[in-house]
Design a protein around this ligand. Structure first.
Ligand code: PLP
Length: 343
């Protein structure tokens, strides 16, 4: 079966010829010795873009989040975060298992932001019975939802008042920036540390950069080594990320426009409840459609596992033609008509 359109995630992109050429031409050195100029360039460029003192290139967003928490806190500390946020829900319990920290998960509001009164109530008193609450870990975007500056500020205020550090999981920070019409550094300014993935909407094959104060990044560098994430001639990967900042970042809004177009197309088919947010579309299909995901996959359209909504993510490997092909298959599958020839 030929895959016509892979909408499972923005992590599925493959490096194009231009990105591969940049990788092939990268100047490299041993980054564990601090000798890879391309990695150093990427770290400097992102920390400058986001208004922070220093940056650290890591193999993944999960490791970046964990290194941030380990640099901002330690064993016996409590971390307040959102229940559905990646740090709590999708990182194999690493903050507890490897960081020795206690996660205090809160249910976010309908816009995916944490409610200030919940954050305030979750901060433990200074009492030997309780863990020390040291960190608030927020996320933006959350499942595609961009959280406004005002709502970020509201959630952060009680944490700052209690002296907590703030980590921002900005795996898709630039999508939030585009959707809100706010500079990424404005979002980053709210937090001490910010983790930005290069391998999601930006389309690089590997990598995340954690930015923050020099002292904190120094600790995060040790945590990265501890976790086995220090890499040698990683400049080949950093070069792909630098290429993405030049060529993919300026066109992130195309993915958002295609997400809106996909949601509008699906709404017209009346196959269920549809919602578009930044580069993601969520679909809760009508029950009578049965295994919609399987039926789509049989025709070459891949979508996320229903949970109970199916997630579809737009990215640089989905162009107008493959999006039109996806909508044609959706139409055929939902109406039971025989497949028509693909454009
Ligand atoms: C919000 C968020 N944070 C962190 C991560 C982790 O990134 P990685 O898969 O590179 O570990 C993801 C991955 O999808 C994510 O969506």
């Amino acid at each position: 079966m030929t895959v016509l359109c892979d909408l499972r995630s923005d992590t599925v992109t493959r490096p194009c010829a231009g990105m591969r050429a940049a990788m092939a031409a990268a100047e490299v050195g041993d980054d564990v010795y601090g000798e890879d100029p391309t990695v150093a360039h990427l770290e400097a460029r992102l920390s400058e873009m986001l208004g922070k003192e220093a940056g650290l290139f890591l193999p993944s967003g999960s490791m970046s989040n964990l290194c941030a928490l380990m640099a901002l806190g330690g064993r016996g500390d409590a971390v307040i975060t959102g229940k559905p946020y990646h740090v709590n829900a999708w990182e194999a319990g690493s903050a507890s298992v490897l960081g020795g920290m206690m996660i205090v998960p809160l249910a976010p509001g309908p816009d995916a932001a944490l409610e200030p009164e919940d954050v305030a109530a979750a901060i433990f008193e200074d009492d030997p019975h309780f863990a020390r609450t040291r960190i608030l870990s927020i996320e933006n975007t959350v499942s595609g939802q961009a959280v406004s500056l005002a709502r970020m500020d509201a959630a952060i205020a009680p944490a700052r008042a209690a002296g907590l550090s703030v980590h921002l999981d900005g795996a898709r920070l630039f999508n939030a920036s585009v959707a809100l019409g706010v500079e990424a550094r404005e979002l980053a300014a709210r937090a001490d540390t910010v983790s930005v993935c290069l391998s999601k909407g930006l389309g690089a094959p590997v990598g995340t950069v954690l930015v923050g104060p020099r002292e904190v990044i120094h600790h995060a560098r040790r945590a990265r080594k501890l976790l086995g994430g220090a890499m040698r001639q990683a400049g080949v990967l950093a070069a792909a990320a630098l290429w993405a900042l030049d060529h993919v970042l300026p066109r992130l809004s195309d993915d958002h426009a295609r997400a809106t177009a996909l949601a509008e197309g699906l709404s017209g088919l009346d196959i269920g409840a549809v919602r578009a947010r930044t580069n993601m579309v969520h679909l809760r299909p009508h029950a009578q459609l049965g295994d919609l995901r399987g039926a789509l996959a049989a025709k070459g359209i891949l979508v996320g596992t229903p949970d109970p909504e199916s997630r579809m993510v737009l990215h640089r490997d989905v162009d107008d033609q493959s999006l039109a092909a996806a909508l044609t298959v959706f139409r055929n599958v939902s109406t039971g008509k025989p497949p028509v020839a693909m454009p």
